[in-house]
Design a protein around this ligand. Structure first.
Ligand SMILES: Nc1nc2c(ncn2[C@@H]2O[C@H](COP(=O)(O)OP(=O)(O)OP(=O)(O)O)[C@@H](O)[C@H]2O)c(=O)[nH]1
Ligand SMILES: [Zn+2]
Ligand SMILES: [Zn+2]
Ligand SMILES: [Zn+2]
Length: 239
């Protein structure tokens, strides 16, 4: 439970106060967006449940880009800098935000981190949000794209149960697909139906950070954020 958002409980944070907080957040997010745009940095807000494989996806991305793109990351967790340490070890310049009690990142926390020297000369900035499928969705951080990592072990019904997160996403990355043989009941068609029911423009990619399968499609998707061509819709299971 966090003191800012009260996680939507209006007995803890009254609605008017929450709306004022969000309006202030949006102003700071606009400032962050301008800051990133002026430095030519494409920022991706990477969200998902605890353990969905967000950090593993960043590690695999760094391994596959092999230094061809300059990658930076801001990692958010309630405590510890473990994720920042992990992505640094993979070659990503990184800073950590430890939020204490807050269960999401907000634009002010990211603004503070953006003035660190590791961000400005990056091609891509990953903002790994606190593991949580609820409140990170409503805090704009100034990102260019919102991505949700959803692991196959979480079940195919999560888009229906946490619709705000998926409705606001530009892309859903289904992670840990190397585990699918151990999950014979997992129904990919049901997942895609659930995503189609909540995402205005459903876009989904399937990856395994462990085997590297699908990481090339994810990198191509990232690179299209830098180009004027529209993003493709639909789902692509790697061959
Ligand atoms: N088999 C398999 N395991 C994976 C894969 N990606 C991540 N994992 C495992 O899943 C666990 C969680 O992965 P993380 O990358 O730490 O997940 P996260 O979303 O960053 O977690 P938080 O930051 O704590 O929310 C770890 O034990 C990883 O090794 C994958 O592609 N395949
Ligand atoms: Zn992580
Ligand atoms: Zn929160
Ligand atoms: Zn500033």
């Amino acid at each position: 439970m966090c003191d800012d958002c009260g996680c939507g409980d209006t007995r803890i944070v009254p609605l008017e106060l929450h709306e004022r907080l969000l309006a202030g957040n949006d102003r700071t997010a606009a400032h962050n967006r301008e800051h990133l745009r002026s430095h030519g940095v494409v920022a991706i807000n990477l969200m998902g449940s605890p353990g969905a494989g967000k950090t593993a996806l960043l590690e695999a991305t760094a391994r596959n880009f092999k230094g061809r793109e300059r990658l930076a990351a801001i990692t958010g967790d309630l405590e510890t800098e473990r994720d920042a340490d992990r992505v640094r070890a993979a070659g990503i310049r990184a800073g950590a935000i430890t939020t204490g009690s807050a269960c999401h990142l907000d634009a002010e926390m990211v603004h503070h981190a953006l003035h660190g020297d590791f961000v400005h000369d990056a091609d891509y900035l990953f903002i790994e949000n606190v593991g949580n499928l609820v409140c990170p969705a409503i805090y704009d951080l100034g990102q260019q794209a919102s991505v949700v990592a959803l692991s196959v072990t979480e079940g195919e019904d999560k888009p229906l149960k946490y619709p705000v997160m998926f409705r606001n996403a530009d892309l859903v990355v289904v992670t840990k697909i190397d585990l699918l043989p151990a999950l014979p009941e997992y129904d990919l068609a049901a997942l895609e139906q659930a995503l189609a029911a909540v995402m205005p423009v459903p876009r989904v990619l399937y990856v395994s950070a462990k085997t590297g399968r699908g990481i090339d499609s994810w990198m191509s998707w990232m690179q299209r954020l830098r180009s004027p061509q529209p993003l493709e819709t639909g789902a692509t299971m790697p061959g």
